[in-house]
Ligand binder design. Structure first.
Ligand SMILES: *[C@@H]1O[C@H](CO)[C@@H](O)[C@H](O)[C@H]1NC(C)=O
Length: 182
């Protein structure tokens, strides 16, 4: 049975204050500096890295891909867990909490539909996950990146904002939904 493991960690808000590498210094000569601004390749690598953690989680990949100050926001995941929802409290307030939660979850067949937008610091993707029996879940994920190691290929994910059809996912994992008034 597929289900999100409930992270026991207290949902402490972590404020992440990193220096803004995409500021005026983002321009390197006339081109964006690939160590200070995501390139299309770097943005794609982060999106595919995120997909990889959902499809085939490994601790090694999580360690490499996730920044030490990672925070993950998702009311959809909180809904599945039966927790109260609000957009300001992370579902996984730390890298360790994400790793404990995601590491305990069976593989999810997440496919990237499109990487629609990226800028110096962010990449946004649309995805689906086909659980069968008509439960084709759709989702949108916004990733914020940081680059503490400062090389063109050392970008990491520092924040995840992800929302999806939690009702369809709930049905896919065996939940039943009763519409109001029935
Ligand atoms: C990246 O996304 C984060 C979270 O939504 C936002 O706070 C930040 O301003 C964005 N950065 C840029 C350069 O758009």
């Amino acid at each position: 049975m597929r289900s999100f493991a409930i992270a026991a960690a207290a949902a402490t808000l972590i404020s992440s204050t990193y220096a803004a590498p995409w500021g005026a210094g983002g321009l390197w000569g006339r081109k964006p500096d690939p160590s200070k601004c995501l390139t299309k390749d770097a943005a794609t690598a982060l999106a595919e890295g995120f997909q990889g953690l959902i499809v085939a989680y490994t601790t090694e990949n999580a360690q490499a891909l996730l920044a030490e100050d990672l925070v993950d926001y998702s009311n959809s995941i909180k809904s599945l867990q039966g927790f109260p929802v609000d957009p300001f409290t992370p579902v996984f307030p730390s890298k360790a909490a994400f790793m404990a939660g995601q590491g305990a979850q069976p593989s999810v067949p997440l496919e990237i539909l499109a990487i629609d937008a990226f800028n110096c610091q962010n990449v946004t993707l649309r995805w689906d996950a086909n659980f069968g029996n008509g439960n084709l879940v759709a989702g949108i994920t916004h990733l914020t990146a940081s680059n503490s190691q400062g090389k063109a290929d050392t970008w990491q994910i520092s924040a995840i904002y992800t929302e999806f059809d939690s009702l369809a996912w709930f049905k896919a994992i065996g939940g039943t939904v009763t519409p109001p008034g029935q």
